[in-house]
Design a protein around this ligand. Structure first.
Ligand SMILES: Nc1nc2c(ncn2[C@@H]2O[C@H](COP(=O)(O)OP(=O)(O)OP(=O)(O)O)[C@@H](O)[C@H]2O)c(=O)[nH]1
Ligand SMILES: [Mg+2]
Length: 387
């Protein structure tokens, strides 16, 4: 067991005006609460006196060249010696006197303790209106909905966790998606996530914010969308596919299809087929995302990735796709022949021929989609082939 109980990791990029006081507050807390602690400042290529000031304040300073909030934090976490870890920013916007609350919850068995600015006190001007009332609550609601967590401030940068937690999470993001990655993965792994209200203060006047509201909000959202492919893409895609298929089948087989007394013509069947094809494309996208995520360590192996690795067989899928594709081509040729017979006489084009045309186009597109999607899936196994 390490003699150091708690490591406070502070990523720092040009924060010479505040880093000193942040380190001092941590050391005061260690002293007052008898915590065996260390402060690890990761200097992320600062061009000001941040590193020197942090060192003078008695922090352990680590220089890290790779830019990015996540990269800096991960380096600090790797170098830290404590069994409990706490991360917070160097701009003195979080209150380091809140540290004991985090340690208490970790000691009582939490895997991850999230600070919550929204449940605590946010000083005036500390958080732009758009972040306070739109960005953070919306991103938090999406996270809770997609991943079943129950937190109130996904973007909070003050968090505590155990060393076992961070090892298990195997975090990969170098940018500020790191913050979302940590909560998403902890929720996916059903970890014990606790929350504690904290106070949030404004940065010093004149500080250039690193955060860009729309660009960075979108980056977090994009990341969350990519992390839940099974429920976000595969399930809705499969529902769309089945619905489109059944709807179009019903329209094609029924003489005079009606819903709520509205007669539905064959053009509706074309829309229904388009829905089915869109659904299938979304299912394939979900499978790509899962395989990509598991191969890069963003996601643990799940039933889909295991199935794909074990049973996906390019040749079988190519054969199935080709059979469907040629079925479409042949019925398309028959349709063309039938149409040729009545060429020039639009009024003689019968409903069965139109139905055949719709089915041919659908089969052709379905076959094409299966063939190319299977090829694309097989690309993920290319590394194995090249070895
Ligand atoms: N954004 C960013 N922050 C870094 C980087 N390296 C270290 N940091 C530090 O990470 C912490 C968080 O950055 P902040 O700019 O405070 O991010 P924020 O709190 O989300 O946003 P604002 O305070 O509103 O700008 C600060 O202590 C930065 O100095 C980096 O490459 N990018
Ligand atoms: Mg900040």
């Amino acid at each position: 067991m390490s003699a150091i109980e708690l490591s406070v990791v502070i990523p720092c990029l040009n924060e010479e005006r505040t880093i000193g006081v942040c380190v001092k507050k941590c050391l005061d807390v260690f002293h007052d609460h008898k915590i065996q602690g260390e402060v690890v400042v990761v200097d992320n290529g600062s061009t000001d006196r941040s590193a020197e000031i942090a060192r003078q304040a008695k922090a352990r300073v680590i220089a890290h060249d790779i830019r990015g909030y996540g990269a800096a934090l991960m380096r600090g976490i790797t170098e830290a010696k404590g069994n409990y870890l706490l991360m917070a920013d160097a701009d003195n916007t979080y209150d380091f006197y809140d540290i004991p609350k985090f340690v208490g919850l970790l000691k009582s068995g939490a895997d991850l303790v999230m600070g919550s600015r929204l449940r605590g006190k946010i000083s005036p001007k500390a958080m732009p209106w758009l972040h306070r009332w739109v960005g953070t609550p919306v991103l938090t609601a999406i996270l809770n909905l997609f991943f079943g967590s129950k937190i109130s401030d996904v973007n909070c940068g003050m968090r505590g966790f155990t060393r076992a937690t961070i090892t298990r999470l195997n975090l990969k993001c170098r940018g500020m998606e790191f913050a979302s990655e940590m909560v998403v993965k902890a929720a996916q792994r059903r970890m014990n996530i606790k929350e504690t209200p904290i106070n949030y203060y404004p940065g010093l006047p004149g500080r250039t914010p690193n955060l860009h509201t729309f660009r960075d909000g979108w980056r977090h959202l994009r990341f969350m969308l990519m992390m839940g492919p099974k429920y976000l893409f595969m399930l809705p895609g499969a529902l769309l596919f089945v619905f489109g298929l059944l709807f179009s089948g019903w329209l094609l087989l029924t003489e005079r299809a009606m819903i709520f007394n509205i007669p539905l013509g064959l053009s509706t069947a074309i829309f229904a087929n388009a829905l089915a094809l869109t659904g299938l494309q979304v299912v394939f996208f979900g499978v790509y995302a899962i395989i990509f995520n598991t191969s890069t360590g963003l996601q643990e192996e799940d039933s889909v990735s295991r199935w794909a690795k074990k049973y996906f067989n390019l040749e079988a899928w190519l054969l199935a796709g080709s059979v469907i594709l040629f079925g479409g081509l042949i019925s398309g040729a028959v349709t063309a022949g039938l149409l040729y017979q009545v060429s020039g006489h639009m009024s003689e084009i019968s409903i069965p021929v139109t139905k055949l045309a719709i089915i041919s186009i659908f089969l052709f597109l379905l076959g094409i989609q299966i063939v190319f999607s299977s090829f694309y899936l097989s690309l993920f196994n290319l590394n194995k082939t090249l070895e």
